[in-house]
Design a protein around this ligand. Structure first.
Ligand SMILES: [Zn+2]
Length: 121
């Protein structure tokens, strides 16, 4: 991988990290709002009427939360691997991950062969 491509991917990953960090912060904020709303008035979720919807919305928030944090972990991990100089190398077989794959999935830690083997297990 040449420097231009690595720099491009790093910039992409850093932008993605910033976006995810603010998303995590937004979710944290909303979580607190949801808590205070539950004990007070103005709960817009009451519009959804049935008693299951608040629970459902909370579960949805938590799933979203997990997904965002997982994505953030992956991005941080990729940036760390860049620092270490192991970025672009398959974590399983040690071969170079194709540039096409990294451009499509900058957080990929496995080459396409290992990834498909892992998925078929
Ligand atoms: Zn591999």
């Amino acid at each position: 991988m040449d420097k231009t491509m690595r720099d491009g991917l790093r910039a992409h990953l850093e932008a993605e990290r910033d976006r995810l960090v603010s998303e995590v912060e937004a979710i944290d904020r909303e979580g607190h709002e949801a808590l205070s709303e539950a004990s007070g008035e103005n709960n817009y979720r009451d519009h959804m009427a049935d008693q299951g919807s608040a629970t459902f919305a909370r579960e949805l928030d938590m799933t979203l939360d997990d997904n965002v944090r997982e994505a953030l972990d992956a991005v941080n991990h990729a940036l760390l691997r860049m620092e270490e100089g192991t970025y672009g190398t398959c974590a399983r077989c040690g071969k170079t991950i194709s540039e096409e794959r990294l451009e499509a999935i900058p957080t990929a830690t496995l080459c396409i062969t290992c990834k498909s083997e892992e998925e078929s297990r």
